[in-house]
Design a protein around this ligand. Structure first.
Ligand SMILES: [Zn+2]
Length: 384
């Protein structure tokens, strides 16, 4: 089978993050085991989803890991003009959910596995496929726990998220959180005797925006990014019930996307200090006034030094002579931070097509990815 054939099969599994990916994992296992790969399946608690980790070649030394996620974002509410879970070939374009993000790379991984199994490898090839990446890099964490205890950790990792096959050395970290504001309800005609939870939230947003302005004007900047500083953002807010009632409750969801020079924990502490001020003021009227912040998800950023061996190595595979940073998050930060595995992001396609209706990847990009991974397999034969 060719990479395009593998991609066609992969797209046909509806692995939207909310659904099971087991059928896809079983299918991949059915390809890798006959190739002689050592395959480990790491299931979630209820067995509805799984990661797969496979090694081809000698097991007694660290190898090069290719990493991809099997889940895709939902198509609900999107206006697709072609079937989302069926591959449509049109000119140079291959359409379908996940073509770019990132079943195209997963398909190329399977081609590489096939080639690697036919050769006497000196350095092994590892394949890592995860679930629940799209909801905050959740699934891969159990795969990382497994690798943390393994005798060998990969020597380096290529995360194949779409970069147009340029070598990306970094992305920002992310911390997503919800703040709940508890005020004191009252008749709106007597509003000054109550504590308006929406106003508390509004004060919080002002504090958040002040921090944002400081970061924007501060010295911590990374010009590898389109937005060179850490960003804070409120994405959703909900509060109050009726116009004639002072709202008791308000919730909001916010996030921090940090460059490596900034620590999101410190930013959260600054927000917490602002909350303490808001609450102290509110408690003059309502002793039970409170703000509670709960972090729902975090993943670390990636900031691989240009001088790292993985950067030179992957550049040599693609023939590229420059690097970039990407705006979107990946599992790469976790591989690097939790396992100390030097990691770059390099995969086919353009994230501009990801997460959208009529998502597509070009055959040209897939062919170039096949070339890159064929070069990788050649290097694994010689050893590195
Ligand atoms: Zn992705």
């Amino acid at each position: 089978m060719t990479t395009q054939d593998y991609l066609e099969k992969l797209i046909a599994f509806d692995t939207t993050s909310a659904l099971s990916n087991i059928a896809l994992i079983d299918w991949v296992e059915g390809i890798l085991v006959p190739l002689g790969a050592d395959v480990q399946i790491i299931r979630n608690a209820d067995g509805s989803k799984a990661n797969i980790f496979a090694t081809i070649g000698p097991a007694d030394r660290p190898g090069v890991m290719l990493s991809g996620h099997t889940d895709v974002v939902p198509v609900a509410g999107q206006n697709w003009s072609r079937p989302a879970f069926e591959m449509t070939r049109l000119g140079d374009n291959l359409y379908g959910r996940g073509t770019t993000d990132m079943k195209g790379f997963v398909a190329a991984m399977l081609t590489a596995a096939h080639q690697a199994s036919k050769q006497p490898l000196d350095t092994p090839l590892h394949l890592a496929l995860s679930y629940d990446e799209e909801i905050g890099c959740m699934g891969v964490r159990s795969l990382i726990d497994m690798l943390a205890l393994a005798q060998q950790r990969p020597k380096m990792c290529i995360v194949g998220e779409p970069t147009g096959l340029t070598v990306a050395t970094g992305h920002k970290g992310k911390c997503a959180a919800r703040a709940h504001f508890n005020g004191l309800a009252g008749h709106s005609a007597l509003a000054p005797f109550a504590i308006n939870a929406v106003y508390m939230a509004s004060d919080f947003i002002t504090a958040l925006r002040n921090i944002q302005e400081e970061l924007q004007n501060g010295s911590m900047q990374d010009h590898g990014y389109d937005v060179p500083y850490t960003t804070l953002h409120v994405g959703r807010i909900e509060g109050g019930g009726a116009l004639n009632i002072v709202p008791q409750n308000c919730w909001l969801d916010f996030e921090i996307r940090n460059i490596s020079q900034d620590n999101p924990v410190e930013i959260l502490e600054r927000l917490q200090a602002s909350c303490d001020e808001i609450v102290t003021e509110a408690q003059k009227i309502a002793p039970d006034a409170a703000i509670e912040i709960n972090v729902s998800n975090t993943y670390p950023g990636l900031d691989t030094p240009e001088t790292s061996q993985v950067v030179a190595f992957v550049k040599s595979l693609t023939g590229a002579n420059s690097t970039r940073k990407v705006a979107f998050g990946t599992e790469g930060g976790l591989f690097d931070q939790r396992l100390g595995v030097p990691t770059v992001v390099c995969g086919p396609g353009d994230m501009a097509q990801g997460h959208k209706a009529d998502e597509f990847i070009t055959r040209t990009q897939l062919d170039l990815c096949d070339e890159m991974l064929a070069n990788l397999v050649s290097r694994l034969v010689v050893g590195l």
